[in-house]
Design a binder for this molecule. Sequence first.
Ligand code: HAM
Length: 420
Amino acid sequence: MKIQAVRGMQDLLPRQKEIYRHIEDTLRDVLAAYGYREIGLPLIEFTNLFSRLVGENTDIVEKEMYTFDDRNGDSLTLRPEGTVGCARLAQENGLIFNQVQRFWYAGPMFRYERPQKGRYRQFEQIGVECFGMADADIDAELLLMSRRMWQALGIDGKIHLELNSLGNAASRSAYRQALVTYLRGVQAELDGDSQRRLETNPLRILDSKVEQTQALLADAPLLTDFLDHESSVHFDHLRRVLDRKQQPYRVNPRIVRGLDYYSKTVFEWITDSLGAQGTVCGGGRYDSLVEQLGGRSVPGLGFAIGIDRLAMMLDDNFESTAYADVYIASVGNAARDCALMLAEDIRDEMVECRVVVHCSEGKLKRQMKKADASDARVALIIGENEVSRNEVTVKLLATGEQRSVEITQVPDYLRQVLTS
Ligand code: HAM
């Protein structure tokens, strides 16, 4: 049997990986500007962390987790998301009670979803989580920070913000009741998935993709009308700051998010340029998560960005950088030895210089083709004549200009041509 990659698990080739690295480096700088500190979360947690806190009736827990028993018989799960793991980390390490924290993390998440463009079973997120801040200022700061991220990546024109407030647990429960009463009246016309959700997680029906269901929802009660006073004041404050900072948004009462831990603010950044998988970032507030984890009550909020989706947005205009400054070609055994030694000498003297040695046999013409393809600026050519004269032929690949340089002088010469 031919062995292939597991369905939904992407191979990332050098160009793609370069885009991912560029995204992470760019976002890292923005995070630093807001005082966020990076943490490392385990890829694996106890299954009940997710089932209890992401929610038994969410898609993630019902059908998307990679769960297995380890040799000890403990049920473990590959993390489908980072928020609950981060809350666990913060609580277990004593980092949140009576403290204010701003954390970020990056890495792969795993969900057994139906793979398609922009949706994978292993995908990359950069997530941020804040603890200890109840006021809407931090909700606003979080959104302004994400805006700065899109600006830094040059995609702010292609992405818009949708906002909602889910209110507190009591207002959500009152709303749920009203929604269920309404939907029972049209139950027979709902799609199968929504009929099932009516029993388990009715709020999720709101973001059903089925057109007929969406049409039935047109007259459904609105969550916004059920908001408790405190959540409503909180939401107004957030909106005022966004208005003041001229950040456009659309209040979308249908945004409920697919995870159970949210309360008050929820939001998504959406692009039209990726088709159905257009949500590049989602997040919100989760003021009762830490308490549910068994800690004291500590407010929290955050978001996660889908890096695979951002990378797709950047792909067309991304220019790969060359991976070599200097390419060394050699012909003959003595010259090959010499090439390796010279490369080490250059790296000793010029730490920044990227040197690629053509480490195998081959006609000079073929080696020079490789040199051109590497986008290096300089090729060093060593043949038998050069070895006997202790020289190297230096060729500037942009112009084809060539000259001989004494071998010990090569680093100095390179420094001149590469910095000019
Ligand atoms: P989420 O909405 O499930 O939220 O995921 C956040 C982002 O991850 C999505 O907007 C999307 O860009 C990306 N994403 C999700 N699933 C996939 C997939 N199968 N393939 C590719 N990209 C995907 C969370 O994960 C929450 N933990 C966010 C959060 C942090 N809320 C508060 N703090």
